[in-house]
Ligand binder design. Sequence first.
Ligand SMILES: *Cc1c(COP(=O)(O)O)cnc(C)c1O
Length: 475
Amino acid sequence: MTDTLDPDNWPEFRQTAHAMLDAALDKMQGATEGPVWQAMPDAMKQMLQVPLPVQGAEIGAVQQQLQDLLPYGVGNTHPRFFGWVHGAGTPAGMIADITAAAMNANLGGRDHGAIYVEKQVVAWVREMFGFPADASGLVVSGTSMATIIALKVARDEALGGAARKDGVDGARLVGYASSQAHNCVARAFDLLGLGADALRSVPVSIAYEMDVDTLAEMIAKDRAAGHRPFLIVGTAGSVNVGAFDDLDGLADLAAVQDLWLHIDGAFGAAGVLSETLQPRLKGITRADSLAFDFHKWMHVNYDAGFVLVRDGAAHLAAFSSRPEYLQATERGLAAGNPWPVEYGPELSRGFRALKIWTQIATHGTQTLGTMISKNCAQAQLLADLVTTHPDLTLLAPVASSVVCFRYGDNDAVNGEIVMQLQTSGIAAPSVTTLDGQVAIRVNITNHRTQDSDMALLVDEVARIGVFIKKEFEKC
Ligand SMILES: *Cc1c(COP(=O)(O)O)cnc(C)c1O
């Protein structure tokens, strides 16, 4: 028994740690093999239902349990994971996470090495999106958190900062996003005390892009009714079909109407690195704030999102408060001001910035962008295969990485096809509903996906489709 939590026997601990590293590397190196997803066995689930351990176990035994967990991920490290929008991760990210764990740094603030890595990441993001030098940014868990932070800045700007003390009672602020916007925007309205109904849902065109003319009419109507429009949220890469709103058009309107323009670019914003998608992102440099994820199309291992705010002073004004126990100094550990805690709600923060830094330093923006272009080409390839297939119908235009289609004309058959693809481990698309029709939704934000996976998917959908249709006709 020692009087710390460090190992008694370091050589033995090293051996165990090396074994775990090898197992983790095996998992990554074999990412293209085996089923995309498999249910965790009941016996393993039961092993995770034991009482709170009073006595600890040998690290070797714990390591074995960790290793046993490896096959039961979501499946997004596999080339045929096509569900929702997930990034695929990289081996380089593992090295970053090991380093971060060893440093065990808290990035709420203070003057230490990790903070300078995050500052570098913030500067790189500014450069990526052509934002000015006084724009501010913060690494966060994901776009949901980034959206809350960005909209908090927008809210406080609209209310002159008084809302930080007075609250928003009766402010009648309203904002606008397309009917295809992600639910995280409405959730941010809820959390910020504005109420989800204060987010107006703007209709979309047949390309699923926000109808800017209707938006202008809605703003005028709200003003006439005594509401206070303060925000437009543009979507760069919508979850359902991967559509991009006309960001330049929204920026023009926001300028004329004196509204804050926020862009949800959760996965699509990374498209600035891709020659294919760059044209669709024209106008993104004009946004007042931008929320996006590194863990999606830039494949940083979960989790890593980012919020970028054009007016760094406004960002600081919305979050900064330094109680007596967090006072700034010129020298020593409490220097290095302003601190990240002054740009968001979290004080203790892990070293997510390191895996972002490592990903960009290792692969560079050019290769990361090439992977995005490759996925867009694969989405077009899949769309072509669907269009020329007699039993399949394309349900929406393919703007980026998402392909929505359907086998035959029966909703239940399509839901069951996706279910069987997932449970057999062949592929993992998800399901959505477009214009009341159940769609097989394939999203390709995956650097491991190969062109051959598209043909394989179409063959399997058709094969399973024939089988299920027969089964359904029997009943
Ligand atoms: C994934 C996604 C979000 C939410 O991002 P998280 O990182 O999961 O919080 C928001 N908007 C869009 C368009 C997304 O694809």
